[in-house]
Design a protein around this ligand. Structure first.
Ligand SMILES: Nc1nc2c(ncn2[C@@H]2O[C@H](COP(=O)(O)OP(=O)(O)OP(=O)(O)O)[C@@H](O)[C@H]2O)c(=O)[nH]1
Ligand SMILES: [Mg+2]
Length: 197
């Protein structure tokens, strides 16, 4: 007789606990052309290049982020980052991705007032197509803005960014993909929001 047959009759075999799998989060990078969406993803991956090609349609990257100790988390989040072209030519492709986002980064170029104006269109489209998703307003290229005279009409101040984000009821982050300033902190917010959400 095998030692394994000692289980009482009618009782099924114990099921081994399934290993915790990383939670998957879909993050969509949205915003005007040349605001630096691709550069931000590259910066986060430590592969920032000076002249990235304009995104054709959409690119997908997978990032694994540590969440720290948390009872409901295996310690790692799997982030699917959908990097969407800001070109109006791809707006129908973009809308298909917007509909499945858990999070949006609404990226604009903080050294370009026109980019700041245009990010409002992306906010309107994303919040209509995916009203429940978390969003962050992201002022990129803070390094470039810092080099301009304080009075430059192109420059978008931190206060203006914060005011717009408050109007939309979302957080504001000022970053530089080039200098890797604030980029890790920004992506970490996704994990933090996910864990409290
Ligand atoms: N100075 C500075 N330049 C940046 C920064 N981020 C991006 N750039 C530059 O801005 C240009 C556009 O960057 P991309 O990352 O291609 O912009 P994008 O938003 O992905 O553009 P599309 O794919 O066309 O929508 C590139 O020449 C980058 O090198 C930054 O933080 N600082
Ligand atoms: Mg791009």
């Amino acid at each position: 007789m095998s030692c394994c047959s000692a289980r009482p009759k009618g009782q099924s075999a114990p099921i081994a606990p399934a290993p915790l799998r990383p939670a998957t989060i879909r993050l969509v990078m949205a915003g005007p052309m040349r605001s630096g969406k691709t550069s931000l993803v590259q910066s986060m991956m430590g592969i920032y290049t000076k002249q990235p090609s304009p995104t054709i349609g959409a690119d997908v990257n997978v990032l694994h982020l540590k969440t720290g100790e948390h009872p409901s988390s295996p310690g790692v989040v799997r982030l699917l980052v959908y990097d969407i072209s800001g070109s109006p030519h791809f707006s129908s492709v973009a809308c298909a991705y917007y509909k499945m986002a858990d999070f949006f980064f609404l990226v604009f170029d903080a050294s370009d007032r026109d980019s700041f104006r245009r990010v409002a269109d992306f906010r309107a489209r994303t919040s209509t197509l995916r009203p429940g998703a978390y969003a962050f307003l992201v002022g990129n290229k803070a390094d470039r803005r810092a080099n301009e005279p304080f009075t430059s009409p192109l420059r978008v101040s931190r206060e203006e960014g914060e005011k717009k984000a408050a109007e939309w009821g979302i957080p504001y982050f000022e970053v530089s993909a080039k200098h890797e300033t604030g980029v890790r902190e920004l992506f970490a917010q996704v994990c933090a929001a996910r864990l409290v959400g």
